[in-house]
Design a protein around this ligand. Structure first.
Ligand SMILES: [Zn+2]
Length: 252
């Protein structure tokens, strides 16, 4: 049985049998894997604290012939957003977003082959969380990039309706998934995305994840993008994520 070792992001776990867990993780070099962590639910398990969502870790695992589930040898955490923030300091919104980032990566990570750019994005989010980046800005950046890596982010410079520029702000019309100019769309029908939000998106497109703290985003622009991104995500995933419902409940 070949053993692989890889840097990986823990995405989620679920129970298996009496004491084990199945761990879903995104490796840097071989895509998403599901593996059995033997005894992970025992109180003195060596996996305690190592399997929280968005933990970056060194993972060793065996691939078994004819089986989708790999067998995990060890998980050695190198960075966890929660331990870095400190459990006490981590507010509910940050915790909710950690689950949200992990669920989005899980939805879109290919099972069979590596996606280096997705891995880099996820890994940079872990670093940004650990550095205490403002959570809303981080979420909008992450949503923009994960949609863009899937090739489904709408055009940001030219209106598909008239070919004119979008600099003065844009509208995502109801039931459509593109940004049109304010002459082609009508304000109040659909989702308004103002000039500040567009500026943020264009800057995000030129900014590596490691540099995202140089981006500016005010509360209003963040709300506009949150609405637009949620519509795009729900359409392309054909569902609403569980973690999004959690975040919405928190917002009330
Ligand atoms: Zn137009």
């Amino acid at each position: 049985m070949p053993v692989y070792t890889s840097e990986a992001l823990i995405l989620r776990t679920y129970k298996l049998g009496e004491v084990d867990r199945i761990v879903v993780f995104l490796t840097r070099d071989r895509g998403k894997k599901r593996g059995v962590a033997k005894g992970a639910r025992r109180a003195k398990s060596r996996y305690v604290g190592a399997l929280e969502p968005m933990t970056r870790a060194g993972v060793a695992y065996y691939e078994r012939e004819q089986r989708d589930l790999v067998r995990i040898n060890y998980v050695e955490p190198t960075r966890s957003p929660l331990s870095a923030i400190g459990m006490a300091a981590a507010d509910a919104s940050v915790l909710g977003h950690v689950g949200y980032f992990a669920e989005l990566i899980d939805e879109w990570a290919p099972e069979a082959h590596a996606d280096e750019r997705l891995y880099r994005l996820g890994s940079a989010v872990v670093d940004a969380l650990a550095a205490g980046a403002p959570i809303e800005r981080l979420a909008r950046y992450f949503e923009y990039w994960i949609l863009r890596l899937q090739g489904v982010y709408p055009a940001l410079t030219v209106c598909p309706g008239c070919g004119g520029p979008l600099a003065a702000g844009a509208i995502m019309p109801p039931r459509e998934h593109m940004f049109v100019c304010r002459r082609c769309g009508s304000s109040g029908h659909g989702t308004d995305v103002g000039p500040d939000a567009l500026r943020f998106l264009r800057a995000a497109g030129r900014t590596a994840p490691e540099r995202m703290d140089s981006l500016e985003l005010d509360a209003r622009a963040s709300r506009e993008l949150e609405t637009a991104h949620r519509r795009l995500l729900n359409t392309h995933l054909e569902k609403e994520l569980k973690s999004v419902r959690v975040l919405r409940e928190m917002g009330r």
